[in-house]
Design a protein around this ligand. Structure first.
Ligand SMILES: [Zn+2]
Length: 158
């Protein structure tokens, strides 16, 4: 008799979850949905304040600098650097096969350490990832409705 509740901390459990169609996917809300809609079009967009021009991410209703509600969406080049990262060796999240890198990316357009995009770093050896590494966005279509902006070493592919 099989266990009806897969143990996600095993590769077998992760495989069971995948067969069941269970994995963690973003749940866009009113404020964040433009980010995910842009991702579906394979565009990387984040908020920029219409009043003081500050970039902002993660998205919020008001500007982090001047509290303006005039938040607009602006397209980024997709290039940036690794601000910080962790390598997750555990099998804790359905749909993510450990080990994998979770990083915070600082977009090249931003001039402070506040704006960071959280994503996986892929298409390279886990142990090559380092702080300050140049990366570029690519888009991973996870389902028909959900695309994840992800990052890889810059300049590897056209
Ligand atoms: Zn502002």
């Amino acid at each position: 008799m099989t266990n009806p509740v897969p143990n996600i901390q095993t590769k077998e459990g992760q495989a069971q979850l995948r067969q069941m169609g269970i994995r963690v996917i973003p749940q866009p809300d009113e404020v964040s949905s433009p980010y995910w809609e842009a991702a579906r079009r394979h565009e990387l967009k984040i908020q920029r304040c219409g009043s003081c021009s500050a970039y902002q991410h993660p998205p919020a209703s008001n500007c982090r600098c001047c509290q303006s509600a005039d938040m607009r969406w602006t397209q980024l080049s997709g290039r940036g650097t690794v601000y910080t990262f962790v390598i997750d060796h555990r099998l804790m999240v359905p749909g993510f096969d450990a080990p994998y890198v979770v990083a915070q990316i600082r977009p090249e357009e931003t001039d402070d350490d506040v704006v960071r995009i959280t994503a996986n770093i892929k298409e390279c050896d886990l142990h090559d990832v380092h702080i300050g590494m140049a990366v570029e966005v690519f888009f991973e279509d996870v389902t028909e409705d959900v695309t994840l902006p992800q990052f890889r070493p810059a300049g590897r592919k056209p």
